[in-house]
Design a protein around this ligand. Structure first.
Ligand code: NAP
Length: 476
């Protein structure tokens, strides 16, 4: 493990870096103009870390002398003066310079010094016996302080390849991807970039904008197809009459608008809620058939009544279990009726499937397509059990914009044999993929966007094709 002195370690960037370094097991020395302040700051930091760590605080010169590698994180106004003080203590060492040569207030405009950049000034002050590496200018302190993964790259400039690689190895150990972007003089571009990021944060109301280098290693194989599933964040709790399509559209617009071909998977529960499908059990009058079903299964007579009302046929009923063919044709436990995640204000309630789930899916698709001007599909999903297998999976109870089955019969396999029976339940597969992240319990994430799924577009069909006809039942 290496020891790092952080000159300016009581500040925003220095403290965030110090914490990450200490978390990674390195020795950290906080350097401050005030040694007592540094010691107290280090003690506080140590106390707040999850594991015991080696963190101490010293005055500038002592701190600079104590670390094997020194990181400079002071404002540009203090840059030259601070370096002059610690120059002797740094001889023979590697210095990482994070300085951005900005003098407030016009920090949104690039300000580079006459020497070219702050890093070259640092090198000139410290002399030939110090290896200066420029890094971190494009990483916001808050992002670094979050402790989580960082979705931005570090541009590292330096003339000494060994020193640059040591710094890059340290960054990698902290979870930061970095690029050696050339000689120290090239630090000018990274230092200038900060003002561009400040502009982007301001103009687009972004937080902690950063840079990411794209591209692929030369000669690497073309990337394979990619499927992504992302939950739509920041949706409200829904109630009867709410405009679900508008809420999803607003949340998507604020997060990341959908692209052509994306499938929006919506949990049945929220569709049912906005469509007012919650029923107060106190208002249900059970009939004789419901009472018998309740006795057989241990369900309340009111729930049994709702199950019967929602079902075309009760297929199996025994203690704790009712499997029915829902009036839409789906086979589901309890006719899809659910009593979880319902506020009990006003009494016990049960939530029924939408009256016409395919119509709900279609209305959502049309509203979202109109809002974003792209072709989308919508799948309404619920968790269903599967014959002969334990565990529920997300399954499609309604769809719009896609064929729920992908019929591959007649296509050839890799060896030219013609596929005879391959029909893929693509709507169910998409629902199952989304159910890996959309929440049935306390997650509060009822909508996901699935991108990259291969399906056949169809704007007219609903989920019907996925239902096996009664006469094909092998276990009647
Ligand atoms: N903040 C970021 O997101 C970020 C990102 C990339 C690069 N940078 C660069 O990193 C450097 C540090 O940024 P920062 O935001 O961490 O700065 P900061 O919090 O304002 O200051 C860092 C520390 O520098 C010390 N300091 C020394 N002389 C100072 C002076 N004359 N005025 C004020 N403080 C002085 C202070 O420590 P003591 O009082 O304990 O001596 C202070 O805690 C800057 O060059 C900045 O451009 C910042």
């Amino acid at each position: 493990m290496t020891s790092y002195s952080i000159i300016g370690g009581t500040g925003a960037l220095g403290a965030a870096l110090a914490r990450r370094l200490a978390d990674a097991g390195h020795t950290v020395i906080i350097g401050s103009r005030d040694a007592d302040k540094a010691a107290a700051f280090a003690a506080d930091m140590k106390a707040g870390l999850a594991a015991p760590a080696n963190v101490s605080g010293l005055g500038l010169v002592d701190a600079a002398a104590a670390g094997e590698i020194c990181v400079l994180t002071v404002p540009y106004v203090a840059h030259a003066d601070t370096l002059a003080q610690i120059r002797d203590a740094l001889q023979g060492k590697v210095v990482i310079d994070a300085t951005v040569p900005l003098k407030p207030p016009k920090v949104g405009t690039v300000q580079l010094p006459a020497a070219g950049c702050a890093a070259l000034e640092t090198a000139a002050i410290l002399g030939d016996n110090v290896r200066v590496v420029s890094a971190l200018q494009t990483i916001g302190a808050e992002k670094l302080a979050s402790g989580g993964p960082i979705d931005a790259d570090v541009l590292v400039a330096g003339d000494d390849a060994e020193a640059v690689e040591a710094v890059r190895a340290m960054l990698a150990a902290l979870g930061l991807r970095s690029w050696h972007v050339g000689p120290l003089a090239n630090a000018a571009a990274a230092e200038a970039m900060t003002s561009l990021l400040i502009q982007i944060n301001r103009r687009y109301k972004m937080e902690q904008a950063g840079v990411r280098i794209t591209g692929r290693p030369r000669g690497s194989p073309r990337p394979g197809p990619r499927l992504t599933v992302r939950a739509v964040p920041a949706l409200p709790l829904f109630g009867p009459g709410d405009d679900l399509a508008a809420a999803i559209a607003d949340a998507l617009a604020a997060d990341e608008p959908p692209r052509d071909g994306d499938v929006i998977v919506v949990a049945q529960k929220v569709v049912s809620k906005v469509e007012g499908r919650a029923v107060l059990l106190s208002g249900v009058a059970p009939g004789p058939e419901a009472r018998t079903l309740a006795e057989t299964t241990g369900k309340t007579a009111e729930v049994a009544q709702l199950i019967l009302a929602e079902s075309g046929e009760v297929m199996r009923a025994r203690d704790g279990v009712v499997i029915t063919r829902h009036r839409t044709g789906h086979v589901a436990a309890n006719a899809g009726i659910d009593t979880s995640n319902l506020s009990s204000e006003g009494g016990e309630a049960a939530l029924l499937w939408p009256l016409d789930p395919d119509a709900s899916a279609r209305a959502l698709r049309l509203a979202l397509e109109t809002r974003f001007g792209v072709s989308l599909a919508v799948v309404i999903s619920d968790s269903l059990g599967r014959a002969w297998r334990m565990g529920t999976t997300g399954a499609a109870i309604a769809s719009s914009g896609l064929k729920p089955l992908r019929d591959r019969r007649g296509e050839s396999d890799l060896f030219g044999r013609v596929l005879q029976a391959t029909i893929i339940g693509v709507a169910d597969e998409i629902a199952a993929a989304a159910s890996l992240i959309i929440g049935e319990a306390a997650e509060g994430l009822p909508v996901a966007v699935v991108s990259g799924a291969v399906y056949d577009r169809d704007e007219t069909v609903g989920i019907g094709d996925i239902l096996r006809a009664r006469h094909e039942d092998l276990f009647p």
